[in-house]
Design a binder for this molecule. Structure first.
Ligand code: COA
Length: 271
């Protein structure tokens, strides 16, 4: 587990942020409610994401839930009566929470969702927006929108369909069923499943590897993969070319070549 004693609090401490060795960590910290997300937490999450985005020491960001029982159990249903009781209220609510998720969708640094326990509804939305999902054996995944009478929205479903395909997306959405990690791994919802007690160590090891690699090369991969996923008419080939040029002209590329020839570990600067 990360040491949360030095963490920076947002949303009254229900969102925590810390940085270790180039790795930023955001913890959803409302374990009594299985880390259900209130509007204040969505906004705190956005602030923490922004601060880590602007922190030059941070090369990769991990998202995790506190308490060992949940990543995020979805939006805080107890707020719905006040903030999401009809279409107009729901639109305002969605706008405020979607603005924070948009930050994650367009995040310039690699992101990893480290999932232990329940990952439901809005929690799935967050996890699916991360670049990579690593889950503990005992995790459970689901989108119970049909059990609550909620329309899940374009962005959430776009990511679900692109990860698991339309048929599994329909099965999950029509039934609101929960699936375990083994099934989630099989259908492509998560990339790796790890024993519970090794989850944090394994996730950090992946994050450390990423943080020591060449930032521009990772950015090139991130931008290019995002463009591959867009419709051809919306695809920005210029952005791919620009990051490719920046990467191949970078001093990091020189350092990578030199370090290989010198048989030493490269020291990348991100330029
Ligand atoms: N919103 C608000 N409160 C929530 C919540 C959510 N999404 N998920 C859990 N909680 C609260 C519970 O109401 C309970 O509060 P209480 O202690 O005051 O009674 C507490 O968290 C613990 O939940 P509990 O159901 O007792 O724990 P559990 O381990 O048996 O089950 C869940 C955990 C997550 C499976 C279950 O709480 C659940 O189904 N939550 C709703 C999930 C959901 O529908 N998410 C989509 C929202 S759009």
């Amino acid at each position: 587990m990360p040491d949360l004693s030095q963490a920076t609090p947002y949303a009254d401490g229900k969102i925590l942020k810390q940085v270790t060795d180039g790795v930023g960590v955001i913890t959803f910290n409302n374990p009594d409610k299985r880390n259900a997300m209130s509007l204040e937490m969505w906004e705190g999450f956005g602030e923490a994401l922004t601060d880590l985005r602007d922190d030059e020491a941070v090369r990769v960001v991990i998202l995790r839930g506190a308490g060992g029982k949940a990543f995020v159990s979805g939006a805080d249903i107890s707020q719905f009566e006040k903030t999401r009781h009809n279409a107009a209220a729901s639109e305002e609510y969605s706008k405020r929470s979607a603005a924070q998720r948009a930050l994650l969708a367009d995040y310039p640094k690699p992101t990893i969702a480290c999932i232990q326990g329940f990952c439901l509804g809005g929690g799935m939305q967050v996890a699916m927006l991360a670049d990579i999902r690593i889950a503990a054996h005992d995790s459970q995944f689901g989108i119970p929108a049909a059990k609550l009478g909620i329309a899940y929205g374009y962005d959430g479903l776009k990511h679900l369909v692109s990860l698991v395909g339309p048929s599994w997306a329909r099965l999950l959405m029509y039934t609101g069923m929960r699936i375990d990690s083994t099934e989630a791994l099989r259908i492509g919802l998560v990339e790796r499943v790890i024993p519970d007690d090794q989850l944090w160590g394994e996730t950090m090891a992946i994050a450390m590897t990423i943080s020591q690699n060449a930032p521009l090369a990772i950015k090139a991969a991130k931008i290019t993969i995002a463009e591959v996923l867009k419709d051809e008419s919306a695809r920005d080939m210029g952005a791919i070319k620009a990051i490719g040029t920046a990467c191949m002209d970078s001093s990091d590329f020189r350092e990578g070549r030199q370090a290989f020839m010198d048989k030493r570990k490269p020291q990348f600067q991100g330029k």
